[in-house]
Design a binder for this molecule. Structure first.
Ligand SMILES: Nc1ncnc2c1ncn2[C@@H]1O[C@H](COP(=O)(O)OP(=O)(O)OP(=O)(O)O)[C@@H](O)[C@H]1O
Length: 225
């Protein structure tokens, strides 16, 4: 079996700054759930940007489903299959209501309004935020926005989820509901988190990002960052 995603020899520096990645290698197989830990500024968010093609020209290679992502067309395909929950959910909610935001992806993918609406209500209910559906996103709390942004991603039924601090700002009940959902979700997940209790619930393998490389941490080792 081939890995779902391979990141090969990734080297990257923001202009005028020292390299964040220096020959980083990573691979994940379908249905694996991985947590990446690392100190503030280690490059976890930047790693997700690299996978999503948000850093422009890269040194190294991103391979998805066995195919090297090289052209705009490849990137469009990858972005349909990979759902990215940004660290700041405000970046992802831009419609008049939360329901519109959750409908946006499925409608854009060509689903009928009925299919898209069924899907949108399904994820809103699963995340227990259906009573917020008609609210404008700017009126939601930080935790509600995070769940709303996640609903918008899940409604697109991506194969791989990149979750940047998914439990940040959630109360205990919402975090526990979310960890339960992610644990049972039939999808591949790469998550960056400082919330060890949450991550231990969801992830089955761990990596530490440090000095520009990803190092596997064997076993479900509890690591304090
Ligand atoms: N657009 C940018 N331009 C220049 N430097 C940046 C930019 N974005 C991030 N950086 C720098 O790159 C480094 C890695 O940032 P990144 O956000 O990827 O880290 P992180 O591991 O996600 O941190 P945290 O745990 O705090 O979320 C930091 O030193 C940050 O200041």
């Amino acid at each position: 079996m081939k890995p779902l995603l391979v990141v090969k020899d990734l080297t990257f520096a923001y202009p005028g700054k020292p390299p964040i990645f220096s020959g980083l290698n990573f691979e994940i197989y379908t249905k694996e759930k991985v947590c990446i830990i690392g100190k503030n500024g280690a490059g976890k968010t930047t790693f997700f940007y690299a996978i999503m093609g948000l850093l422009g020209q890269l040194q190294g290679e991103i391979i998805f489903e066995g195919k090297s992502i090289r052209t705009k067309e490849d990137l469009r395909y990858l972005r349909q299959k990979v759902g990215f929950l940004f660290q700041d959910p405000e970046d992802q909610l831009f419609c008049p209501t939360l329901l519109d935001d959750v409908l946006f992806g499925p409608l854009n993918m060509g689903l009928s309004r009925k299919e898209a609406t069924d899907r949108a209500w399904g994820v809103l209910k699963e995340l227990k935020i259906e009573d917020l559906a008609h609210n404008p996103p700017y009126t939601l709390s930080g935790g509600q926005k995070r769940l709303g942004a996640l609903a918008a991603i899940l409604a697109m039924d991506p194969q791989l989820l990149l979750l940047d601090e998914p439990s940040s700002g959630l109360d205990e009940e919402a975090a526990s509901n979310l960890s339960g959902i992610l644990t049972h979700l039939d999808k591949t997940i790469i998550m960056a988190s400082h919330d060890m209790d949450f991550a231990e619930e969801v992830a089955s393998s761990w990596y530490e990002l440090s000095s520009g490389i990803l190092r596997p941490l064997h076993g479900k080792t509890r690591v304090c960052i």
